[in-house]
Design a protein around this ligand. Sequence first.
Ligand code: HGY
Ligand code: MN
Ligand code: MN
Length: 412
Amino acid sequence: MKSSSFKIKLTRVEEKLQQLGQIGALPGGGVSRLALTDEDKAARDLLLHWMEQLKLDIRIDELGNMFGIRPGKTAGPPVMVGSHLDSVGTGGLFDGSLGVVAGLEIMEVLNEHNILTNQPFAIANFTNEEGVRFTPDMMGSHGFSKPEILQDLLNAPAVDGSGATVKSELQRIGYAGQTPCGSLSIDTFIELHIEQGPVLETEGIQIGAVEMVQGIYWTEYIFQGVSNHAGTTPIQMRKDAGLVAAQVAAFVRQLANMMGANQVGTVGLIELHPNLINVMAEQARVIIDLRNTDGISLAQAQVSLDKKVKELAKAEDVKLRKNELVRFPPVQFDAKLVSQIANTAQQLGYSVKQMPSGAGHDAQMMASLCPTAMIFVPSVDGISHNIKEFTKAEDMERGCQLLFNVVLDLIS
Ligand code: HGY
Ligand code: MN
Ligand code: MN
């Protein structure tokens, strides 16, 4: 069946994104929809409503992953698209939501034209992709691809120390599903996502055919010093946890510069206790995010970081605890599917570039289960994880149409 005759309706996509944007809306724009909060529940409820309207076979698994399946002529594993509805605390309107809404739009077009596809087609909303309330990130798709770690993921404690766990929050919001995690077999997975970086915009390219996702390491270091008076304590007597945290943060940037190539390093979370102006911190907690497209270099960077952290803690005579929160190696996508995306984009007259992903995505977990790839659309000014995140309507339209055409070619 030639997919090019069917067109997605951008207005429907925009309406759904606009409705989702009301959920967890922040005063200056953007959203805060942390995983398994009431805002996440509200977004899930809205998705449930849309999937019911589309008459999909709805499944919710033990990790709260949500699936909507449209049957085809033949039974068997569906081709699936999807992403995530949770956001970071200062999130934009497009990260994750675009991939879920694009899946709904494909369903809308199939239904309005009464297209009976050969293979079933499914959409997914994966739980806790962002990993900022409960680590690791890509949690739902991780558990879907590795059900043997389900209990560990369900017992994951909230990063904020509130005592909430994934399990207690899934139950609280009513999304502790019955479908066994990982019990749905999937034929192929494609994720449409905003690039969240500057490459496509800078190079004036309309579509990214994503070949791989870089490796991601998250490490928590907790420094235990001695809380003391800021004025009376002589410098040489101090055991200042706050100082060590600051030195580690500075070293992460030096490390990225020393490693060069594709090494990046971020200190997004630093917490001091008691965090008071005139009190030396008793405890400091930092979580470091290291990434690299090359797995060996990433592991080397981590070794250098661990070594330096130990030296800095020793020099200040503070105690050190380390927790390895995330150790995701780089993931290659299916080369054949990547070329199919690139070729279909060219047939549609779109400029396209094959490229890596700097951000983590659910697709990197799905890649261990079935042929998987991603489609990127440009981010204005390369901004994301920021309320200013924006993608132009015409870019969204191209991304959704391309996803539709690739999917229809696969399921017809
Ligand atoms: O951390 C990431 O790259 C993704 O946004 N979870
Ligand atoms: Mn995302
Ligand atoms: Mn994100």
